[in-house]
Design a protein around this ligand. Structure first.
Ligand code: GDP
Ligand code: MG
Length: 163
């Protein structure tokens, strides 16, 4: 079976944009249909001589009682249990927020390799807020821009090195 890589993080950090960027290389024509992209949460990714299954968990909603959101939260927890490598995505524009810390606490207990990925770093200059993410104690953050496709190759190298 292929290794599983799960993308987790609070809503709006860019998980689906990242997912679609990696998925789009192989399924761009199918994914042009509205509604299809949103529902597709699994895709196969090939990088160098590696192949893995990428899961978009849809976001960890830590505070809500809503049934649908708690369902999403359970799905995310299941993805964390199933994953070989976890991509924990945070928002370099918003900076570090308390929900990031709560998710980080969950992930430190997962006992899985976690890659801390700071998305929305759209230029080659790191924002000052980048350095705050070291406080999450999940190692060296990796800066990417999903919309501008910056840093994705380096991130994929880091992912496959953990299989
Ligand atoms: P999700 O809720 O984590 O799946 O986040 P989405 O992928 O839906 O993205 C949320 C918003 O962030 C959208 O408006 C995206 O266009 C935007 N976004 C995603 N990635 C980037 C990025 O690398 N740079 C910038 N500037 N915006 C981004
Ligand atoms: Mg999403």
């Amino acid at each position: 079976a292929k290794p599983i890589v799960a993308i987790v993080g609070r809503p709006n950090v860019g998980k689906s944009t990242f997912f679609n960027k990696l998925a789009g290389k192989r399924i761009a024509i199918v994914e042009d249909k509205p509604g299809v992209t949103r529902d597709r949460i699994y895709t196969d990714v090939e990088w160098l001589n590696h192949s893995f299954t990428l899961i978009d968990t849809g976001g960890l909603e830590l505070e809500s009682d809503d049934v649908l959101l708690s369902h999403m939260r359970n799905q995310a927890k299941m993805a964390i249990e199933t994953a070989h490598v976890i991509v924990f995505m945070v928002d370099g524009r918003a900076g570090l927020v308390s929900d990031d810390e709560e998710i980080a606490n969950l992930l430190r207990r997962a006992g899985k390799p976690v890659l801390l990925v700071v998305n929305k770093v759209d230029t080659s200059n790191l924002p000052v807020s980048f350095y705050d993410f070291y406080q999450l104690a999940l190692g060296e953050p990796v800066a990417i821009s999903s919309t501008n496709a910056l840093g994705l190759g380096d991130l994929l190298d880091e992912i496959v090195a953990r299989f």
